[in-house]
Design a protein around this ligand. Sequence first.
Ligand code: FAD
Length: 470
Amino acid sequence: MMQTQLVIVGGGPGGYAAAFLAADLGLDVTLVGEDANPGGVCLYRGCIPSKALLHVAALIAETRHAAAWGIAFGEPRIDLARLREFKDRVVNRLTGGLGQLARQRKVRFLRGRATLQGPHAVQVALADGGDETLTFETGILATGSRPAAIPGLSLDTPRVMDSTAALDIPDVPKTLLVVGGGYIGLELGTVYAALGSAVTVVEMTGGLLPGADRDLVTVLAKRLEPMCDAIMLNTRVSGMTDEGTGIRVSFEGEGAPAAKTFDKVLIAIGRRPNSNIPGLETTRVEVDRKGFLVVDAQRRTAEPSLYAIGDVAGEPMLAHKASHEGRAAVEAIAGHKAAFEPLAIPAVVFTDPEIAWCGLTETQAAAQGRTVDVVRFPWGASGRATTLDRNDGVTKMVLEPGTGRVLGVGIAGVGAGDLIAEGVLAIEMGATADDVRLTIHPHPTLSETVMEAADVFFGQSTHVYRPKKS
Ligand code: FAD
């Protein structure tokens, strides 16, 4: 029987970030994951392959747009095998690099499926046969999440895909129905639309990207609408039948259309935490109503030797939240004073344009009955956005009245995902609008929109005339 100080179950961004920090702090670490290398959903079946494909989609969109600048390209000839090769190369390079980093740090990586055997032991069914039992002082559960299925409507056919199947791009269907107007559905819908599918999106709530501020979503919707065949809101899928040559889908809800046949259907209605960890019942770990493992500020579960991080330990289910939680948990395990208490966790939707936000949203402020000042800088006034021919963006700040303290930032526009980091830093540092506007931003860049949004608070933005109301 093997002994280890710290065992981590799950090799995603939560698990491997935790493993690497723990090794850096001198702990003897074993990381258990089901893929050939660390990486988890994010690198193998999520963030990374989707962004590689979205890069290609953006290029296709840009070449089409270029006609307006006097540069005309022909229709793209798409070689799916090479596209898949590119995506796989990206994934293999990054996951291979993580394997190498694990070896350099002397993290023991076991490929297999873990079954808990009480609070201090785990059995791993190794992928290449046999099993290994490990005893450990402390364990971190980082088992992530999986795609949710529509209850009662699952069909066992390659014509109905989840995000994992869709990322493989087995073909480019003529017609694709995307069920779910959240970020995964919209990102993958964007990829397929760029490759040539006629995409229809169906969303059961009244708007795309539930939870995001509507003014940001409106910017995206204006570009998505012409890109899609149809976007149906307040509509749900009520039935699906496999007709052999396509999937017949019926709808219900406000303005639901008649049943229609699609070549393929992508189900992207959310993700469920993998809290059904084999052997969990041999521990005192608690699971909440939504299926998340219950943790405290250090990410310790009700079983003192076991911690939980990442998608399995609660919302938001995002890679950067998982890795920061993992690092906080490891610090706590190493005896440091640590807690996972961020003021802002950024969210990014990598569509075209991107949407990103962090901290308090205007929607949340309204729901909490909290008075805030909201300032906006329209990208129509940004020099950089104009050079890119992308004036369709907006940068907004949610500020504390009186002090101007930055409580939230929201951005819709190209590159919003990169720009939002400044908002996160401002919130974490307790910056005010004055701090942000006095910080010299390089010209001409989209980052100036953040500075000028702060200027708008004072009625003194150079490029928009919006005097402060007295
Ligand atoms: P995961 O990455 O889910 O990894 C957990 C691993 O544990 C899995 O590999 C699983 O096989 C393994 N495991 C489970 N049970 C066991 C067991 N018993 N034994 C051994 N191993 C086990 N997030 C972002 O922040 N940005 C994005 O752009 C983004 N894009 C996404 C796009 C798509 C299409 C999808 C599906 C997700 C995306 N996400 C994105 C979400 C992101 O992938 C997750 O939030 C992140 O991977 C969670 O990390 P994790 O460490 O909690 O677990």
